[in-house]
Write a protein that binds this ligand. Structure first.
Ligand code: ME8
Length: 639
């Protein structure tokens, strides 16, 4: 038996909850996993979390909790989200899992024995955010970008991996792959070129242990050292492989391509293991010009978008992102895409087709008539071409190029309906065969579309499948064996709209959370008048404090009020704030706020609120909480 198709995502750091960047990678992996299952393959799909290292140690220290406690908390966020989104991974691996620790320690020992790992002293600049030493050139670049504070000077005794010894073998491998297999080992092509240039620029040995931190897997026999987080992290793909080695496809963001396309294959060469077949590096979801990141405070959380449905989010991700390139995110673009392609587009075509079959044929699906005219045959041909193109591009993981032509084809069918005017044909008994041909073609096209899009929109595809009158699971179909002449059910199923049109204006006004649509929603400010002048003493009577939100929940029956437990350093308070239209409770937990601490308590919907949060407010009255840097502790006075 052939080995399973082995597919991996990066393992995510547990210093932050998932945002749509992480969600995108995992969705893409899940779509590919489902697609390969529908090709009849056995699939192993691995995802998980990267829990060791300085980044996580620091994030935990900032919260005043143990790294493992932070990891457990964030992992619960990930596993809960993946479960709600119906992800089909076979294992969620954590680098704190015992079997992973064993993998890392045993390979460390073996490579030490072969001389691929050796011990020496290292001095250099280290980037905390990248968890990596930087070269002088890289340090200069970071300084030029005003990011010098991320660099620290480290001198330590360290274990090195003999990366320099693999430069030629790596280059030979890349070249041979290109020439012999005529494929991209790194997808897309231009990213492969970046990797080649990097390796041609020369490789230095890589420090793979740390003495500056304790949160990591101890180096066997030398426990002053912990294993470098990237050596630890990359080996997760070995721990989680079971019988599926080597990986057929490894998905990564472009930010971590170097680790996967240079260090990782070098480690594997040293281990004498087979290399992955393909590394796919996708681009970033941007907010404006910037990468979405917690430190920039511009992240969009998946739950904000999941309100429109899991399938809708998956479709948007796959359809809008050209794999390999960056893409700016906007709520407006998100809603436009769903309205155009799912409410109109597929949704409209399905409801028109099904209701015509209902109305003109009493729900019975017409068989393929012997005589079809040129127009109908043309659309049959266009359909075959779009379906073939879909399969070809999906096999290469380029779903945007699969979905685009398919949706062009569906749009063409709208034109076909207009041209054929079934409502006119229905009035003329002599045109019955022509009407049958139209209805049959539309039904067939929708049935095949349901199969093709099932990996992308599992729920909606199944819904469509059932409405078309098909039985069983669409996911059990072979996506590469869809044919025109299937044995058809007699009747269609009950009809329901596939996707509700989104009321964009209403949503835009409701969605303006801190993360939402920064550039789009700039209300023309109608600046309130300046209030009367006061002296300092009057101002100083207001006791403003830094607080930290520990818990937050909506007040039942109110869309505005959120009840919070806030740590003021010297005491815990219950504060009810009217910020529920702009903030979700889960976005508030952990957040620092400014509290008017000496405001007399008052009751809001029966709950005593002791204090008030400072927030700016726009014309529509939407609040924008005043931000406080993470370094400011609860209890600090604001003046
Ligand atoms: O790098 N757009 O973890 P991480 C698209 N632990 N994708 C994005 C994104 C964005 N704006 N932001 C993040 C790590 N991602 C390491 C990986 S693997 C052995 C160790 C996605 O939590 C993208 O896939 O920083 C990126 O590679 C990954 O999240 C980084 O997640």
């Amino acid at each position: 038996m052939s080995k399973p198709f082995y597919l991996t995502t990066p393992i995510y750091y547990v210093n932050d909850r998932p945002h749509i960047g992480h969600t995108y990678t995992t969705v893409l992996a899940d779509v590919i996993a489902r697609f390969h299952r529908m090709l009849g393959e056995d699939v192993r799909f691995l995802t998980g979390t990267d829990e060791h290292g300085q980044k996580v140690e620091k994030a935990a220290a900032a919260r005043g909790i143990a790294p493992k406690a932070l990891a457990d908390e964030v992992v619960a966020n990930y596993t809960d989200l993946w479960q709600r989104m119906g992800m089909t991974h076979d294992r969620f691996i954590r680098t704190t899992d015992a079997d992973h620790r064993a993998t890392v320690q045993s390979w460390f020992e073996k490579l030490l024995a072969t001389g691929d790992i050796y011990k020496a002293t290292y001095k250099g600049l280290y980037s905390v955010s990248d968890e990596a030493y930087v070269t002088e050139t890289q340090a200069k670049e970071l300084q030029a970008q005003g990011l010098a504070h991320q660099l620290i000077e480290l001198e330590e005794e360290t274990y090195f991996f003999r990366l320099s010894a693999y430069q030629d073998r790596l280059l030979a491998f890349y070249k041979e792959f290109r020439e012999q297999e005529r494929r991209e080992w790194v997808q897309p092509e231009f990213r492969f070129n970046e990797v080649l240039r990097f390796v041609e620029g020369g490789l230095q040995d890589l420090s793979i242990s740390r003495t500056s931190i304790t949160w990591g897997i101890p180096v066997p026999g030398d426990t002053k050292h912990v294993v470098y987080v990237w050596f630890d992290a990359l080996l997760n793909y070995l721990t989680g492989a079971e019988t599926a080695w080597p990986p057929d496809l490894q998905l990564v963001g472009k930010d971590i391509l170097r680790f996967h396309a240079v260090y990782w294959p070098a480690f594997l060469m040293a281990m004498g293991l087979e290399l992955p077949k393909t590394i796919l590096a996708h681009g970033w979801w941007l907010m404006g010009e910037d990468k979405m990141s917690k430190s920039k405070g511009n992240v969009v959380r998946p739950d904000t978008l999941l309100r429109f449905g899991n399938d809708a989010l998956r479709f948007f991700f796959l359809r809008d992102m050209q794999v390999g390139h960056d893409r700016g995110f906007s709520f407006e673009g998100f809603m436009d895409r769903l309205n155009a392609d799912l409410a109109n587009g597929l949704g409209n075509l399905a409801s028109r087709t099904l209701s015509m079959i209902q109305r003109y044929r009493d729900g019975r699906i017409p068989a393929l008539p012997a005589h079809r005219d040129g127009v109908t045959r043309t659309h049959e041909g266009l359909g075959r071409a779009a379906f073939d193109q879909y399969l070809e591009n999906a096999r290469r993981n380029y779903f945007n190029y699969a979905l685009g032509p398919l949706w062009d084809y569906l749009r063409g069918l709208d034109g076909y309906i207009v041209e054929k005017q079934p409502w006119v044909l229905a009035k003329d008994p002599a045109k019955a065969e022509e009407l049958d041909a139209v209805l049959h073609l539309l039904w067939q096209a929708l049935r095949m579309t349901a199969v093709l899009v099932a990996p992308v929109m599992p729920g909606m595809a199944q819904e469509l499948w059932t409405q078309l009158g098909m039985t069983g699971l669409v996911a059990d179909q072979r996506v590469d064996q869809i044919t025109w002449d299937v044995s058809m059910p007699e009747r269609i199923g009950p009809i329901q709209p596939l996707f509700q049109r989104i009321d964009k204006e209403k949503e835009m006004s409701e969605l303006e959370t801190s993360a939402a649509a920064p550039a789009e929603a700039k209300p023309a400010l109608d600046v309130p008048e300046l209030r009367e002048t006061i002296d300092y003493d009057t101002f100083a009577k207001t006791d403003l404090r830094v607080g930290k939100v520990l818990e937050a929940e909506r007040v039942p029956k109110s869309d505005k009020l959120i009840k919070m437990r806030v740590d003021l350093g010297f005491e815990l308070r219950t504060i009810v704030g009217g910020i529920g239209k702009a903030y979700a409770p889960e976005d508030l937990v952990g957040r620092r706020v400014v509290v008017v601490a000496n405001l007399a308590p008052r009751k809001l919907m029966g709950i005593e609120s002791h204090g008030m949060l400072l927030a700016a407010s726009d014309n529509a009255g939407l609040p924008y909480l005043v931000a406080v840097p993470e370094e400011a502790h609860p209890g600090f006075l604001v003046k």
